[in-house]
Design a protein around this ligand. Structure first.
Ligand code: ADP
Ligand code: MG
Length: 394
C-alpha cells in the first residue's frame, strides 16, 4: 500500500494530527491510557522534526453539540505526563483563537484541540469544517486507524486539503493488515468465530475468496452445522440463515477449505463451571447447547496453524467469558502465540471480544499484531475500502 509515512514529513511545520483518544473515562478521569500511549511515537517523531503539533480527536457521541462530560480536556494532563512535556488545550478544534494559540506554540509544542464531534459538520464530512481544520496546519497526519472507516471531516475531508501522511500507529496497522490479507505469505488460514453469521456475512464472503483455509467456530458454526442437517439441540443459531450458510459453503468449494467443528462441548446452561460434556455432532441432545469446540476440532485447527504461514483471526471459538467454555479459544490462542513467537507464523487478530479473549488467554502481546480498532478492522476484513485510509493514498 502506498502512502506517505511520517518520516517523510518536512521539518519545522505545523502538523495537524488525527488521533484516537476515545479512552474509557469515569468521573472525568481516564481509566485506561492505552490509546494515549499509542499516539506517542507519532508525536515524538514530529517533535524530532521540530514541528508544532495540533491534535484532533473525537470523544464519545455528542452528536454535534457541546456536551461538557464529553470534553477532551481531561486527556491533556495524562498525555502531558506520558510525553514528559506540556500539552496545551484549546476549547475548540477550529477558529481564529485556536489558530493563534497553535501559532504561538514553540517548536515541538503540543496542543490538544476540543472534541471534533462538538461540530455537527464533523460526522457529515462538511467541506467548510474540513477547510477550517486545514487552516490550522501545514500538513495532516492520520494516526487513528480505528476511525478510518468513517468519512468524517477530521478523518477524510481534511486529508484532501493538506499534504497527508500516515502516523506511526496507522502505518503499523496497515502494514500488519497488508501482511495478513493484502499480500500474505501463503498458505493463509482464517479463524472466524463469534455469535452470529448475520453480523459477519460480508466478512465470510471476502475471506473465502482470499484464504486457503477457513476454520469456523463459535455460535456461527452452529448455523453452518444446522444447514448441513446436524441436530444442534438448544444451541444458539440463526436458522433463517441456513440458505446463506449453504451458499457460502458452495462458494468456498475448490477455493478455500472450510473447517467446521468435528466435535463440540455442550451443556444445558451457560453458567460458570456448569456440567458440560464433549461429544460428536450426532450426539447432541434436544436440551443441550453447543458452547465450545471439542478436542478433535482444536487438534485439527492446531495442525492447520502449524502448516500455515499466516493466520488471521476474528471471533472467539466458544463462550469464552464463561469457563469451561473458554478452553477451545484459550488453547488455540496459546498455540498461535507460540508459533508467532518462534517466527513460524504471522498471526494477526482483531475484534472487541477477540481482544478480550486473547487477553483472557494471556497471549495478546505475543501475536504478531492485535488490532484494537473494532469497526475499522472488521470493515477492512470485509474488503471494504476505508475512507480515512483511501484519502492517504498517493
Ligand atoms: P468480536 O467482538 O471479536 O468481533 P463477536 O462479537 O462476533 O466477536 O463474538 C463474540 C461473542 O460470541 C462472545 O460474547 C461469545 O460468548 C459468543 N459466542 C461464541 N461461541 C458461542 C456459542 N457457541 N454460543 C453462543 N455464543 C457464542
Ligand atoms: Mg463483539
Amino acid at each position: 500500500m502506498s502512502f506517505r509515512r511520517v518520516e517523510e514529513a518536512p521539518d519545522n511545520v505545523t502538523a495537524l494530527v488525527r488521533v484516537d483518544f476515545n479512552a474509557p473515562m469515569q468521573d472525568g478521569k481516564i481509566t485506561d491510557d492505552t490509546r494515549l500511549r499509542a499516539a506517542l511515537p507519532t508525536i515524538e517523531a514530529l517533535q524530532a522534526k521540530h514541528c508544532k503539533i495540533a491534535l484532533l480527536a473525537h470523544f464519545d457521541r455528542p452528536k454535534g453539540k457541546r456536551v461538557a462530560e464529553m470534553s477532551l480536556k481531561p486527556i491533556a494532563e495524562p498525555l502531558s505526563r506520558l510525553l514528559g512535556s506540556p500539552v496545551a488545550f484549546a476549547d475548540d478544534c477550529v477558529g481564529e483563537v485556536v489558530k493563534a494559540g497553535i501559532d504561538a506554540l514553540a517548536a515541538k509544542g503540543v496542543m490538544l484541540l476540543e472534541n471534533t464531534r462538538f461540530h455537527a459538520g464533523e460526522e457529515k464530512n462538511d467541506a467548510e469544517l474540513a477547510k477550517q481544520m486545514a487552516a490550522l496546519g501545514q500538513i495532516y497526519v492520520n494516526d487513528a486507524f480505528s476511525a478510518a472507516h468513517r468519512a468524517h471531516a477530521s478523518t477524510e475531508g481534511v486529508a484532501h486539503l493538506l499534504p497527508a501522511y500516515a502516523g506511526k500507529q496507522m502505518e503499523r496497522e496497515l502494514d500488519a493488515l497488508d501482511s495478513a490479507l493484502g499480500n500474505p505469505k501463503r498458505p493463509v488460514l482464517g479463524v472466524i468465530g463469534g455469535a452470529k453469521v448475520s453480523t459477519k456475512l460480508d466478512l465470510l464472503k471476502n475471506l473465502i475468496a482470499k484464504l486457503d483455509k477457513l476454520a469456523i467456530g463459535g455460535g456461527m458454526a452452529n448455523t453452518f452445522l444446522f444447514a448441513q442437517g446436524v441436530e444442534i439441540g438448544a444451541s444458539l443459531a440463526e436458522k433463517d440463515m441456513a440458505d446463506t450458510a449453504r451458499q457460502i459453503m458452495d462458494a468456498a468449494k475448490g477455493k478455500c477449505e472450510l473447517l467446521l467443528p468435528l466435535d463440540v462441548v455442550v451443556a444445558k446452561d451457560v453458567k460458570p463451571h456448569a456440567e458440560a460434556r464433549m461429544c460428536g455432532l450426532d450426539e447432541i441432545q434436544g436440551d443441550e447447547k453447543i458452547l465450545d469446540v471439542g478436542e478433535r476440532t482444536i487438534q485439527r485447527l492446531r495442525d492447520a496453524m502449524k502448516h500455515s504461514h499466516t493466520l488471521i483471526w476474528n471471533g472467539p471459538l466458544g463462550v469464552f467469558e464463561t469457563p469451561p467454555f473458554d478452553q477451545g479459544t484459550v488453547i488455540a490462542a496459546q498455540d498461535a502465540a507460540a508459533l508467532a513467537k518462534s517466527g513460524k507464523l504471522i498471526a494477526v487478530a482483531g475484534g472487541g471480544d477477540t481482544v478480550a479473549a486473547l487477553n483472557h488467554a494471556g497471549v495478546a502481546g505475543d501475536l504478531t499484531f492485535v488490532s484494537t480498532a473494532g469497526g475499522a478492522f472488521l470493515e477492512w476484513m470485509e474488503g471494504k475500502p476505508l475512507p480515512g485510509v483511501e484519502a492517504l493514498k498517493r
